[in-house]
Design a protein around this ligand. Structure first.
Ligand code: 5GP
Length: 341
């Protein structure tokens, strides 16, 4: 553990609401009264009652995930609790403090803006950025996530529905104002959304110098053309990439696109059967940059130190890499960050 803790490294793929501490959630359930906040793409508060949230939390505590679809339900409970600006500020502070200086030198935290009660998407991001900016830029940056379930303006005219354009424009505007937005991410349930519709919007992200990372090929046989569409956004990094075809992998290698790898997440969501068959090996064998990340420490019961321990541990408990190989992985994480310099 000393060796791992002593390695300078960055965490680049951590979802804010997936990394909240369980203790904070139980504190929040006690404070809950009245309305709770909706999930991304929704404008109305969730209808979960306090008792339903408490039961949801208990299930989360003893959680076992049957498949990736099951996994996305977890967030309904968390959103029910992280439903005010005050709660959001508190959980953000906790997540930043849990990573920075303990588990990594630099954290690129990501989050999907939501409307909390009457507050706007901008206020959501301001609340998170106020916490991120308590740290120097060498320690923390924010990636703004768009959720695949969000609409695009042309298909979604109804009032209150959050659109991808709205979120991207906000990310760009806040960067222009000098706020610590370093990139944009595409996340959310991989079975939803038409990525072709996002193409025109994504071009804008690159123009203003924001980094772009996309969750890609997380499940087998995704919607036809999904992966090609996401690759056509020319991302600077990709998340997971578990089910890329041989041809798509060649593109990743040729363009030398760093791959954000989340070992426990893939094993627990059962998209990869075991470490021995994890695609991390493919990239390591080719000296292709990968970044080891946690994804969501809460449901996956992990930490960055635990993920690095999986690299070092001997098979079948880990990948059995040498210290030099693990050091190289840590170096990559700092080399391919969007901000922090
Ligand atoms: P938030 O963006 O609300 O801070 O963090 C939670 C959100 O991140 C979830 O609602 C989900 O959209 C996204 N997310 C977390 N983990 C994963 C993952 O493994 N795959 C994908 N595609 N999205 C994820």
């Amino acid at each position: 553990v000393e060796f791992i803790l002593g390695l300078p490294k960055a965490e680049l793929h951590a979802h804010l609401n997936g990394c909240v501490g369980m203790e904070v959630l139980f504190e929040l359930v006690d404070e809950l009264d009245g309305e709770s906040g909706g999930g991304p793409g929704t404008s109305s508060p969730t209808t979960l009652t306090k008792d339903e949230i408490r039961t949801g939390l208990e299930i989360l505590e003893s959680f076992s995930i049957d498949d990736i679809g099951e996994f996305f339900k977890v967030f309904g409970v968390i959103y029910g609790l992280v439903s005010t600006r005050d709660a959001l500020g508190r959980v953000t502070r906790g997540v930043l403090g849990g990573f920075i200086g303990r588990e990594c030198e630099y954290l690129e935290l990501r989050t999907t803006p939501r409307r909390l009660g009457r507050s706007s998407l901008e206020e959501y991001l301001e609340t998170v950025l106020d916490e991120v900016e308590r740290y120097p830029k060498e320690k923390a940056g924010l990636i703004v996530s768009v959720d695949r379930r969000m609409g695009v303006a042309t298909e979604n005219e109804s009032e209150g529905v959050i659109t991808v354009e709205e979120v991207i424009n906000l990310a760009i505007e806040m960067k222009k104002q000098g706020r610590r937005v370093v990139g944009v991410d595409v996340c959310g349930d991989p079975r939803s959304g038409d990525m072709e519709l996002l193409k025109p919007v994504m071009g804008k992200v690159r123009e203003v110098g924001l980094g772009l990372t996309v969750h890609i090929a997380e499940i087998p046989g995704s919607v036809s053309g999904d992966t090609q569409n996401l690759l056509s956004f020319t991302p600077d990094r990709i998340g997971h990439g578990t089910f890329l075809s041989e041809k798509e992998k060649e593109i990743v290698l040729e363009r030398r696109i760093p791959v954000e790898v989340c070992l426990s997440s893939n094993i627990i969501c059962k998209t990869v059967p075991d470490l021995a068959s994890h695609h991390i090996r493919y990239y390591l064998e080719r000296d292709h940059p990968i970044v080891l990340c946690t994804d969501d420490t809460l449901p996956f019961r992990t930490s960055l130190t635990a993920e690095y321990a999986l690299l070092l541990a001997k098979p079948p408990f880990g990948l059995g890499l040498s210290r030099e190989e693990v050091r190289r992985v840590a170096e990559w994480s700092l080399e391919v960050r969007f901000g922090g310099r």
